[in-house]
Design a protein around this ligand. Structure first.
Ligand SMILES: Cc1cc2nc3c(=O)[nH]c(=O)nc-3n(C[C@H](O)[C@H](O)[C@H](O)COP(=O)(O)O)c2cc1C
Length: 376
């Protein structure tokens, strides 16, 4: 797949992308605050960022109330949420774009104030996130130390898988073109994958094959709903977000990626470790491995990479065949017309971190288009 360019077409499952500048999943915490349903403002935001034949991966969306870790993140587990998402999907499809939904369970990256009945967050094991500057978001807005989560009983794991299956069904009902399973950034599925957060002694813990079991069973559940060609997976090997970090990632992630590869999925999507934790602070780690370069030999399908790219490095990665498409996060926040800016060499508008999470239109739908005539 080398000698491609960011603006050459790419087949992704049944979809023909017209370019390879993908919008990364971005939590913005602007859904309706009680129902957690997307609203008109969210449809406007996604519609602005849609392009003919472009791919958007919509923000991480909890598959169950217990999967929530933030206020005002949109869910995908109620009829009202499905209705809200339909408006978003319609706005993207109206401009000829494709949109997948990222399915999310935060596991221990939560707080009892955000959980049904004030219960403790659930996790593979009763191991809290620790570490300086790592604090839980709370319903009342003031960050607090993480609580010790409750370990899921083995029989409850089937319920988690079911929640993902139903969420995939809901996503299809809302009109999404497919789903991405969030296996990255220290959330539930990564907590199961990694040895420091998974101390289980049942078939979901211990060996690498056991730790990978939940992710693979969830992928298979989503494949059963959507078909493999409409299911992507996001991973962050070597990442350190939300208290994650596997001591020796290579054997674990080699196993996972080989098992995913056999399934013929729509894509594998990496977050490069250099920008791990990009959501909370500006970081650009130096001298860290490149996930796309390390793992590309194990993956035959479409590979998307994200993390710290600019126009030149994105073009270089695709031209070299390290990745087939590049997902942009922060610059897609501040540049609704990012693909056009990259194509024509137009400078990017800088992003404002203060308005990443929560609030209204400011820092959300009011970033400029280089040609205001293009604003939908
Ligand atoms: C405000 C914000 C919200 C994010 N939300 C998500 C999310 O919901 N799901 C996810 O997988 N990654 C999330 N990320 C990570 C981005 O998808 C992306 O991997 C990261 O920002 C690195 O890409 P960039 O350097 O182009 O910004 C978020 C990042 C930011 C800045």
């Amino acid at each position: 797949m080398s000698h491609a360019s960011l603006f050459s077409p790419l087949q992704v499952g049944p979809y023909r992308l017209q370019h390879r500048v993908v919008m990364a999943p971005l939590t913005r915490m602007r859904a309706e605050r009680v129902s957690f349903a997307p609203r008109d403002l969210n449809a406007e935001y996604y519609g602005q960022r849609a392009t003919a034949g472009g791919l958007i991966i919509a923000e991480a969306s909890p598959v169950a109330a217990t999967g929530r870790g933030n206020p005002a993140t949109p869910g995908i587990y109620s009829d009202q949420q499905v209705e809200g998402w339909r408006k978003v999907v319609d706005a993207v499809h109206a401009r000829g774009g494709f949109i997948f939904l990222q399915l999310w369970h935060v596991g221990r990256v939560s707080h009892s104030s955000l959980q049904p009945d004030g219960a403790l967050p659930v996790a593979p094991s009763a191991v809290p996130i620790t570490g300086e500057d790592l604090l839980a978001m709370t319903a009342h807005g003031k960050p607090e130390p993480y609580e010790t989560p409750r370990a899921l009983e083995t029989h409850e794991i089937a319920e988690v898988i079911d929640a993902f299956r139903i969420a995939a069904r809901n996503a299809v009902a809302a009109g999404f073109d497919g789903v991405e399973i969030h296996g990255a950034n220290g959330y539930l599925l990564e907590q199961f994958l990694q040895s420091h957060s998974n101390l289980r002694t049942d078939r979901y813990g211990g060996s690498i094959a056991n730790r990978a079991r939940l992710l693979l069973e969830i992928v298979d559940a989503a494949v059963g709903v959507c078909g493999a060609e409409r299911v992507g997976v996001r991973l962050s090997p070597y990442g350190v977000a939300n208290g994650s970090g596997e001591p020796d990632p290579m054997p674990l992630y080699s196993h996972v990626i080989r098992a995913l590869d056999e399934r013929g999925l729509a894509w594998l999507h990496f977050i490069e470790p250099r920008s791990s934790g990009a959501g909370r602070a500006e970081v650009n780690h130096q001298n860290v491995p490149s996930a796309m370069k390390l793992f590309r030999p194990l993956w035959r399908g479409v590979l998307i990479s994200a993390g710290g790219f600019d126009a030149a490095s994105a073009e270089a990665a695709v031209a070299a065949g390290h990745a087939d498409a590049i997902a942009f996060g922060r610059y897609f926040i501040s540049n609704p017309d990012l693909p056009a800016r990259i194509r024509h060499g137009i400078p990017f508008t800088p992003y404002q971190r203060a308005t990443f999470y929560g609030g209204g239109a400011a820092g959300y739908t009011d970033y400029p288009f280089h040609d205001e005539g293009q604003r939908p």
